[in-house]
Design a protein around this ligand. Structure first.
Ligand code: FAD
Ligand code: MLT
Ligand code: ZN
Length: 503
């Protein structure tokens, strides 16, 4: 997956002297250096391979700094020596952005995991980049606050990685994107200079808003070391509703009705198709269809927030919403989580699809922004293409790839117009299957004026596709920005920007 490797850039190769220099930078406390400069096989195997196991580099060193000044000294050394560097967070990215393509130095952030401050009156948290999203949530919950971001990878992804990918997730509908929630960042630039943009102010109109450049830069412009984030109050209670829709357009109508009728309390509105539900139930222990008998082609998962005191009223409001949706034919059945455990089980059916896909074999993952009403057409188009290939293969030579074992699944953030198209192949990645999918999936997306990356980023997977979603002039400006921040191109090379010849 990801096509041919781009050729290695003209970077220096790691030497023993470099490793010795890293040791001297990181040996701030006795014994620390053994945990901070890692060259053993196991650590490197983990650092070199991404979550999907589709991308694998061959770095020879993993560095785990504890402080911003250590990050600065490492990056300064790499810049002086012309060594390429990959910043790595929780390594849950889905586009190969956080692992080396060749032999880049891996700069892991997991030991920078302090929550620096929480200000309940301003509703702001400042955290080091390596704080795991779930840990940040737990720290904020103690103060009655919450992170304005939630994703299935929360147990492993880091806030620095989330900011660097501009992660969307399950509650973007409620809280908006990180471009709105991030108030400030501290960043180590390629030169080793520390750029302190760590403001905690809600308003700051003093010219260009430079922090925005680092949100979604995927480690190509600097290493994010601290983040200041708006942290709203945690809702006293939430309800989760799971409903079966007779068609995709009925699911979209349910979204519109939810926005109208439940407006201020709507936190998330997600969808999955029947193939996704069946896969989760088959692969994940304890998962089961909550609406057996409905056999619907689509399901929606909706989260609403409310007050602890009015639980019964809010429950009744959701029951009325479901009853009305049934009467109008928007849903055929539905259930509201009876308690926290039941609500979590309903959410899991949506959140665990990625994990179920990983268990099922190789998966071609596409994360697309599309016009909401037409989002599912692409899933159907891809199913037809795979079915035609299966028919042709059945009629043709023995030994052909068995397309009949391939499944095409659609799920995603319906409230944000974000489709996750996944093509699951129990028989591994295969160039014949890839040719059925690409470039058609990107051409179709461009034809409806969509985006080839809604929330996962570009990484190593899509630099050659960026031009389908951005004009050449915008890509040239991105290049110019990259040249200002990282003139030698040492920070996460081969990612995000298309190779020059492609323009
Ligand atoms: P990594 O994967 O380590 O890195 C991602 C990119 O950010 C890389 O380019 C890396 O170089 C860069 N980077 C990481 N840390 C830094 C730093 N401190 N400074 C500079 N650059 C850095 N994504 C969504 O948007 N929405 C979802 O709903 C969602 N759900 C997911 C569910 C599952 C089960 C999984 C496995 C992934 C999911 N993702 C989702 C993708 C992924 O979790 C996000 O992209 C996440 O933000 C990555 O964070 P990370 O810390 O793991 O970063
Ligand atoms: C999700 O929404 O589940 C994530 O973005 C992960 C995925 O696309 O599989
Ligand atoms: Zn997603």
């Amino acid at each position: 997956m990801g096509g041919d490797l781009p050729p290695r850039g003209s970077f220096a190769t790691l030497t023993d002297a470099d490793v010795a220099r890293f040791r001297s930078i990181l040996e701030s406390t006795p014994g620390d250096v053994a945990r901070a400069v890692l060259t053993d096989e196991k650590s490197l195997a983990d650092a070199n391979e991404d979550w999907t196991r589709a991308y694998r580099g061959r770095s020879r060193v993993l560095l785990l700094p504890r402080t911003t000044s250590q990050v600065a000294a490492i990056v300064r050394h790499c810049n002086d020596r012309n060594l390429a560097v990959v910043p790595q967070g929780g390594n849950t990215g889905l586009v190969g952005g956080g692992v080396p393509v060749h032999d880049e130095v891996v700069l892991g952030m997991k030991r920078m995991r302090s929550v620096v401050s929480i200000d309940p009156s301003a509703g702001v948290v400042v955290a080091e980049a390596g704080v795991v999203l779930d840990d940040l949530e737990t720290a904020l919950n103690r103060e009655g606050m919450t992170v304005p971001l939630d994703l299935g990878a929360k147990g492993k992804c880091q806030i620095g990685g989330n900011v660097s990918t501009n992660a969307g997730g399950l509650r973007l509908l409620r809280h908006g994107s990180l471009h709105g929630s991030v108030l400030g960042v501290e960043v180590v630039l390629a030169s080793g200079e520390v750029l302190n943009l760590l403001k905690t102010l809600r308003k700051d109109n003093t010219g260009y808003d430079l922090k925005q450049l680092f949100i979604g830069a995927e480690g190509t412009l600097g290493v994010v070391t601290k983040v200041a984030l708006l942290a709203p109050r945690k809702p006293r209670r939430v309800d989760v509703t799971f409903a079966a829709a007779p068609s995709f357009s009925a699911a979209v109508e349910t979204l519109v009705a939810a926005k109208t009728e439940l407006s201020e309390s709507l936190q998330a509105f997600e969808f999955l198709d029947r193939a996704s539900l069946e896969l989760v139930c088959a692969q994940m222990k304890g998962a089961r269809d909550p609406l057996p008998g409905s056999e619907a082609p689509f399901y929606v998962v909706m989260e609403t927030s409310g007050s602890a005191e009015r639980a019964a009223e809010e429950r009744a409001r959701l029951d009325r919403f479901l009853a009305d949706a049934k009467t109008r034919g928007r849903v055929v059945d539905g259930v509201v989580g009876a308690d926290a455990k039941h609500a979590a089980a309903l959410w899991n059916l949506r959140e665990r699809i990625s994990l179920a896909l990983k268990h099922a074999g190789a998966v071609y993952k596409y994360d697309l922004s599309l016009p909401t009403a037409r989002m599912y057409e692409l899933v159907e188009v891809m199913r037809e293409r795979v079915a035609s290939a299966a028919a042709a293969a059945a009629a043709g030579a023995a030994g052909a790839f068995d397309f009949s074992r391939v499944s095409v699944l659609g799920y995603g953030h319906l409230g944000d117009g974000n489709l996750h198209l996944n093509i699951s192949s129990p028989d591994g990645y295969d160039a014949r299957l890839e040719r059925i999918i690409e470039p058609h999936v990107y051409e179709w997306t461009a034809s409806v004026d969509g985006s080839v990356s809604a929330e996962h980023g570009v990484g190593a997977m899509k630099p050659n596709e960026v031009s389908r979603s951005k004009p050449a002039a915008a890509i040239e400006l991105m290049r110019a920005i990259k040249d200002v921040f990282d003139p030698k191109g040492i920070l996460n090379p081969y990612k995000v920007l298309p190779p020059r010849a492609r323009l």
